[in-house]
Every structure is written in C-alpha cells, then in structure tokens.
Design a protein around this ligand. Sequence first.
Ligand code: GTR
Length: 414
Amino acid sequence: LISVNLMAQQTGVNYDEKEVPNYKLPELLVSKNGRKIKNAKRWEKIRRPELLKLFEQEVYGKIPVDIEIDDVIIHEAAGEAFNGTAIRRQVELVFRKDDLALSANLLIYLPKDSDNVPVFVGLNFNGNHTVSDDPDIRLADSWVRDNPSLGIVHNQVTEQSRGVASDRWPIEEILEAGYGIATIYCGDIDPDRDNFQDGIHPFSYQLGQFRPGYDEWGTISAWAWGLTKAMDYLSTDADVDSSRVIVFGHSRLGKAALWAAALDQRFAMCISNNSGCMGAALSRRQFGETVGSITKAFPHWFCENLNKYASREENLPVDQHMLLALVAPRPLYVTSATEDLWADPKGEFLSAIEAGAVYQLYGTEGLPVNEMPAPDSPVAGSVGYHIRTGKHDITSYDWKQFIDFANQQFTPEQ
Ligand code: GTR
C-alpha cells in the first residue's frame, strides 16, 4: 500500500474511489442514429459492426491488409513431452510480401492419444522456450527486450531464459484436464517497442510509407492479427477441435486477446487476465492507468487516433465494456488481482457487468451478480469473473478457474 500511495503522489495517478469522476458510459444498445437495439439480430447487423469500426478507427487501429500464411514449416510434428503424456508440435508460420518475410513460431502441446482437443491459445512475453523447462522447445530468434538477469543481451535470448515463465504456464495441469495449449512469442509478430519498421507492420506499407496511418494498426492490433493467424493454422490441424479454441492473454497480451476475440468470431471463448487499461477496464473511471499514461508509455500499442483522448476520456465514442460485449455470445472470463490497482479491478468488474446486456440479448445471463465478489470467489454465468488475492500476474489459481469455466461452458447441458 505504501508503494502504491507513493506512486500516486509521484505521478498523479488516482487510486482513490472517491476521486473517480462522475461519468456516463456511451450507450451499448443504441445505434449511432439513435435506434434502440432490442435483439441479437439487430445487434449483429447494426450495432456490433458500428462498435467494431469505432475500436478500429479510434483505439487499436484497423488491420489494413489481408496477409495469408505463405508456408507452414513443421519443425516437429509429434515430439514426446512430459514423460510421454503429451506431444509437442512446433510449427513455423511464414508470411511473405515482396522482399519481406516474417516467421511466427507456434508451439503446441496436446494430450497424448487424444483427438479433437479443445485448445487454449495465447501469446507469450519473452519466447516460447520461456513457458516450460522442456529442453526441446526451439529458442526464439526474433528481437527480445534485453534482460541481463535472464541472459537476454543484445536482444537475443540464450538457454538461460529457458523455463523462466513456467510458473505462469501450468502446462501439465492444462493437459491433464484434457486441453491443449498453443503459444507464439508476441515479438515474432511485432517486437514490443516503439518502432514501426519491424514486425508485421511493413507488410501493409505503400511505397514510401514508414508507419501505419492514424487509424491503422498499432502493436496490439498486430498481436491480435497474429492470434487470428494461429487460429488459421489450428483450424487445419486434425488433432485440434477448431470449434473449441479459447484465446487468452495476460495484461498487454490480454488486451490483444480481447481484441482478437472481437475481430475473429472463430474463437469460441476469451479470457482476459489482468488486462486493465484499454483491456477490460472502463476508461472513464480514470483509476490507475489512464489513456494519457498508457499512450505516453506505450505509444506504439494503439493507433495514433487514441492520443486525442488523453485526459479526454469522456470524448471517447466507446468504452471498454463495449469491447467485452463484442465477445458475446461466446463465453468470456475476466480476472483482476487485489494488488493490481494499476489495472483498476473495479473498472474491470463493472465493465464485465455492463457487457452482460448483450449476452442477455442472446438469452444468457452474463455475470450472475451485481456486487464485486470477495477475493478468490469466482462467479460465472456466460461471463465469469474473479479477483485473486495478490499481484499483477497469471498464476495456477487463475488457470484452475479458466479450466473450470471452460469445462462448464463446453459441456452440453443434460
Ligand atoms: C504495464 C502497462 C499495463 C500492462 C502491463 C503488462 O506497464 O501499463 O497496461 O499491460 O504493463 O503488460 O504487464
């Protein structure tokens, strides 16, 4: 708490519920020309496309070109993993345009001897080889932010970083529960730095263009695009049940997961873990991270248009409950953590509540509560939520809830 208060003093960040401004959310179920959206059909025909477009133009930036997978290189089709209980598949997705080439390396684990497997898919922060101690995972070779304590210097990983994120990836538990898991290093798609000459962005440039247009893709849109390409591959993989692919992500990668689920309705379910500002949290609350602070610290994440709303959240034509609503009617799970005030837990919860209005158009309940549940007490309808005790992170506790939620949603009712 002391450090949180200090931070608030130093930077003018608000962590006081009493200082949350009075705000009015933009109407989820009224169209641009004032029409009330009363059923799922109108939502799909009128309001959903309007909102998708607003998020494209004003927040994440539209993906300006269709880029298809040009080549699939199977480095390993069915390597033995986890003492023979699972198979490991390593697939390089290659994209080409003129003299440009980009490789996204997809690592997949599937329970051994099963078919039609539902799969969790999400990006990772520092390379596929960080998610497990498994010595056979190929090392990332794209740009990675330096981190000498992990042996990452000159923006290249070494063996030293193998398995460093394994706490966040309880792969054996996931496999035991009957799910597969697939991941790509986010930097394979677009390195997480304010540079538009690397990653996938140059594939969309006209001659003489050096950065995306003001309404074109930032890094989060690029990552979301990468997730849709993972989905392209997974839907060709005979061992995967492509009707049960769950897109998930933590923090900045949770923002990307939500945006991917909004853009691509092939994802059957979405999990947002501690995604915070410009993820699940309501921007108008201006609690913790704000549009001003995020666009200053991470100018490359969004389209340039978002800068107009720094300290002007009330002018945003959308708020983040609308992003969550774009996932409907597919199941959605949102998490917060008690010490993750920067991500505004209450704003994440309220946003999930508000999105329920669209789930109701489809005859499901959304979140079945009105009040924020106590820590470590998950609640779930077609929208699920928990606030975990602890800090900004994704833990085995979180994963256990995701698995329970997926089991619940994927089991046909008797
Ligand atoms: C923070 C950023 C958050 C969140 C987080 C993360 O620095 O302000 O929006 O994305 O990084 O990705 O861990």
